[in-house]
Design a binder for this molecule. Structure first.
Ligand code: NAD
Ligand code: UGA
Length: 478
């Protein structure tokens, strides 16, 4: 029987996942631990708008459970020692140095968890891989755990079983994805351990949706799911470029192909390219594995999905440059949206980062709006302080290399003297902008670029602004 669960890693997966578990299993204590004290302090904040992760519906669950059966703390060792089940939910970014740099996953955080578990766990513990991991990582974890097993009177003092239970939530819809998952995947070899985790999910997930596989299939299925989703986006984004030059409309093409039940209509929205912490990382991991196992053709196939995505982001910059008379020097551009998708404050691998860097390098100054991303995060991502900070400090000004950006509210003066506005994230508020008012404030000829197809064509055109949309091409008022 499970009385206490510990989740190592209080990030975008650990936080929401354990909150939903706690909400559904009120008789079990869920301790979410992290080495980052600021993150834990934010999870414990009295002001629920200050939780470290913005996710619709999350604050309500944390309000219901925190302090009752859901706890956030930095007491990693203590919580490991008390737990019957431990979820490893730490980051697994791409390696930046050594063999496999730029492709393989850096497993140092996972290894460190395994070592901490081996040292502090007591009795029988089920260890669950929640992080996305390369195939056969379970073996590494098992080796570390087994090498530490202490024998007392020739009996093992601590015992472990390892399961893989990858997470399929999407940011922005995480709570719904967790409460109503398409499937729950549990990989492992010990039937008893599988049953224990199965019984937890069974409390709110229809049993037909709970799939059991071996450990390696489960690990590989997670990488494959992300690779297939990303591949679909590169496919439709490549077709959108073809639509623009041929006069086809990618929305019509998507609708037509999506009606084929073998293709399906989801995940066909074109955009500036996929972002987020996982798609690129997980595909590159697959590329590394394929090469490692002597399958270069397989590796090349998947690598092309990432190449197409980077090309798509640069393509947008080239189009903007061309429309603005091939120079951005001293031009002012408004950026609408900085997160990698709507309804999250996450900016990891956001297409906005590369596109803004490209525009700054071309000499444009940027006015950036995002309802949830902080100025501090934007400065970190762009690698330069905001113009406001630079004006206060000459050293910072030098560091900025004359690249100017500011974060702004989306009020009427946002549009003052802008040469162009670019929609990069599909936040709802952008579809209700009054373009007539905006056009009056902007410099002529003003441009609007919609990389998410969320703006009302007629309203933008009628305001007298020139309008470019991904997958459709340029429109002007007659
Ligand atoms: P994250 O960076 O938001 O969170 C990871 C947390 O783990 C950090 O707060 C870090 O401080 C903490 N940590 C690292 N090592 C630790 C240790 N030894 N002890 C205690 N805490 C430690 O990452 P994330 O987005 O939550 O992703 C976690 C994993 O889940 C990754 O493998 C990712 O691929 C996978 N995943 C992510 C998503 C997503 O939407 N973000 C979805 C599905 C799967
Ligand atoms: C993705 C997967 O959808 C999840 O199943 C998976 O658990 C997760 O990665 C993970 O492993 O981290 P997430 O990255 O949160 O989830 O968000 P998605 O909705 O998949 O969007 C990823 C990127 O693709 C975003 O930049 C988004 O704007 C873009 N996208 C998505 C499109 O451009 N068009 C679409 O139709 C859908």
């Amino acid at each position: 029987m499970i009385r206490k669960v510990c989740c190592i890693g209080a990030g975008y997966v650990g936080g929401p996942t354990m909150s939903v578990f706690a909400d559904k299993c009120r008789d079990i204590i869920f301790n979410v631990v992290d080495v980052n004290p600021d993150r834990i302090a934010a999870w414990n904040s009295d002001d629920f708008s200050k939780l470290p992760i913005f996710e619709p519906g999350l604050d309500e669950i944390v309000k219901r459970c925190r302090g009752k059966n859901l706890f956030f703390s930095t007491e990693v060792h203590k919580c490991i020692a008390e737990a019957d089940m431990i979820f490893i939910s730490v980051n697994t970014p791409t390696k930046t140095r050594g063999i496999g740099a730029g492709q393989a996953s850096d497993l140092k955080w996972v290894e460190s968890c395994a070592r901490q578990i081996s040292k502090h766990a007591t009795g029988y513990t089920i260890v669950v891989e929640k992080s996305t991991l390369p195939v056969r990582t379970g073996e590494v974890i098992k080796n570390i755990l087994e090498s530490s097993q202490i024998y007392v009177n020739s009996k093992k003092k601590n015992t472990f079983d390892i399961l893989s239970n990858p997470e399929f939530l999407s940011e922005g819809t995480a709570i719904n994805d967790l409460e109503n998952p398409d499937r729950v995947l549990i990989g492992g070899s010990n039937k008893r351990a599988i049953k224990v985790l199965h019984n937890l999910y069974k409390r709110w997930v229809n049993e037909e949706k709970i799939i059991h596989t071996n450990l390696w299939s489960s690990e590989l299925a997670k990488l494959t799911a992300n690779a297939f989703l990303a591949q679909r986006l590169s496919s439709i984004n490549s077709i959108s470029a073809l639509c623009e030059v041929t006069g086809a409309d990618v929305r019509e093409v998507s609708r037509a192909i999506g009606k084929d039940s073998r293709i399906g209509s989801k995940f066909l929205n074109v955009g500036p390219g996929f972002g987020g912490s996982c798609f690129k990382k997980d595909i590159l991991n697959l590329v590394y594995l394929a090469n490692h196992f002597g399958l270069p053709e397989v590796a090349n196939f998947w690598e092309s999905v990432v190449h197409l995505n980077s090309w798509n982001q640069d393509r947008l910059t080239r189009i903007i440059l061309e429309k603005l008379f091939s120079t951005l020097t001293e031009k002012r551009i408004g950026i609408l949206g900085f997160s990698f998708k709507a309804n999250t404050n996450d900016t990891r691998e956001s297409p906005a980062i590369q596109i803004c860097k490209n525009l700054l390098s071309e000499g444009a100054s940027l006015k950036i709006h995002d309802p949830k991303v902080s100025k501090k995060q934007i400065a970190l991502d762009l690698g330069i302080p905001s113009f406001e900070e630079c004006t206060k400090n000459m050293e910072l000004y030098k560091e900025s290399n004359d690249k100017k950006w500011e974060k702004s509210l989306l009020e009427d003066d946002f549009f003052d003297n802008l040469d162009a506005v670019i929609v990069l994230t599909e936040w709802d508020i952008y579809s209700s902008i009054n373009w007539e008012k905006a056009a009056n404030k902007m410099r002529s000829p003003g441009w609007v670029f919609d990389s998410r197809l969320i703006l009302d064509e007629e309203r933008v055109i009628n305001s007298g602004l020139s309008f470019w949309r991904v997958g459709v091409g340029t429109l002007k008022r007659d």
